[in-house]
Design a binder for this molecule. Structure first.
Ligand code: C2E
Ligand code: CA
Ligand code: CA
Ligand code: CA
Length: 277
């Protein structure tokens, strides 16, 4: 057993060294990426399940790496969070998303809402509320057209401080959403202390089939509870027409996912909006 343990160790060591080198290489090229204009935003449409119209979109960052091509945010956002680079990157995302949304509203002559992902590290910065205020002023979008997506873990890191900050943000008129809802284990108590408007149900939550209760019954009960608490529910990662029907039957408010559209580069988003007109 000891020999096997040693072998396993020897087997994994070079792999770990490789992962560390990879990470360091990514980190080195991440530093100048913002100044070099290597980031762009893609937008995934959000659909109102009653009218089936596109009512908003989620901004998702993309990194066009000079050698590697598109690098997934799942790969570089954690590095940006650990190194603190998330502060300038997150600020860029916020400003860019608001400015592009303003242009789209002018171009298409209607309101379009944009959701921006905010990491725990950004929320922890005392300057964050000011950054949001500036992004609103600079772009001129109505505050209710900006939604901030926060994860449960970011919310419960420091409940008292977060509650104060969220009240300030809510005071600006922006919407607050809990992202990946149903994947954490934090319970529901924090919903009482925070001015949350929207719950974004994680894909796994919507697909969950148990022995005792069907996915439909589970989601329906959940949506009813959310509505009783005056929260809107958005289902994420919707890939099939069956799930759309089930969500409509469960009275879910909005949905996004590949069934409707993948995250789209700005030009493709314009085409989509033009087709809706
Ligand atoms: P998220 O906020 O939960 O975003 C949803 C992810 O699911 C996106 O991955 C999206 O492309 C993907 N997705 C959308 N529809 C479907 C579907 O029907 N099926 C499946 N299987 N997946 C779907 P993406 O764009 O790779 O982003 C990954 C994560 O990176 C995001 O998860 C978010 O946590 C983070 N992220 C992305 N952009 C930003 C950003 O600007 N700032 C911060 N802090 N985080 C970001
Ligand atoms: Ca999100
Ligand atoms: Ca999510
Ligand atoms: Ca996620």
């Amino acid at each position: 057993a000891k020999a096997a343990g040693r072998n396993r160790y020897r087997f994994f060591e070079p792999e770990m060294a490789f992962a560390t080198r990879e990470r360091m290489a990514l980190e080195t090229s991440l530093r100048p990426a913002l100044a070099r204009g290597e980031f762009e935003l893609h937008y995934q449409p959000r659909i109102d399940l009653r009218s089936m119209a596109m009512v908003g979109m989620e901004a998702l960052i993309r990194w066009n790496h000079p050698e590697r091509g598109m690098v997934s945010p799942a790969q570089f956002i954690p590095i940006a969070e650990e190194t603190g680079l998330i502060a300038p990157i997150g600020r860029w995302v916020l400003t860019e998303a608001c400015l592009q949304t303003r242009r789209l509203m002018t171009e298409f002559g209607r309101e379009i809402c944009v959701s921006v992902n905010v990491s725990a590290r950004q929320l922890a910065h005392a300057t964050f509320v000011g950054e949001v205020r500036e992004a609103l002023q600079e772009s001129g979008i109505p505050p209710h057209c900006l939604e901030l997506e926060l994860t449960e873990s970011a919310l419960i890191a420091d409940i008292e401080r977060t509650a104060l900050m969220l009240r300030e943000l809510h005071g600006l008129g922006v919407k607050l959403a809990v992202d990946d809802f149903g994947t954490g284990y934090s319970g529901l108590a924090y919903l009482r202390s925070f001015p949350i408007d929207v719950l974004k149900l994680d894909r796994s939550f919507v697909l969950q089939e148990d022995e005792r209760i069907s996915a439909f019954d589970f989601v329906k009960a959940f949506v009813d509870m959310a509505h009783a608490l005056k929260l809107a529910v958005v289902a994420e990662g919707v890939e099939t027409a069956e799930v759309v029907e089930f969500l409509r039957a469960a009275d879910c408010d909005e949905a996004q996912g590949y069934h409707f559209a993948k995250p789209l580069p700005l030009a493709a988003l314009r085409e989509r909006l033009a087709a809706e007109k």
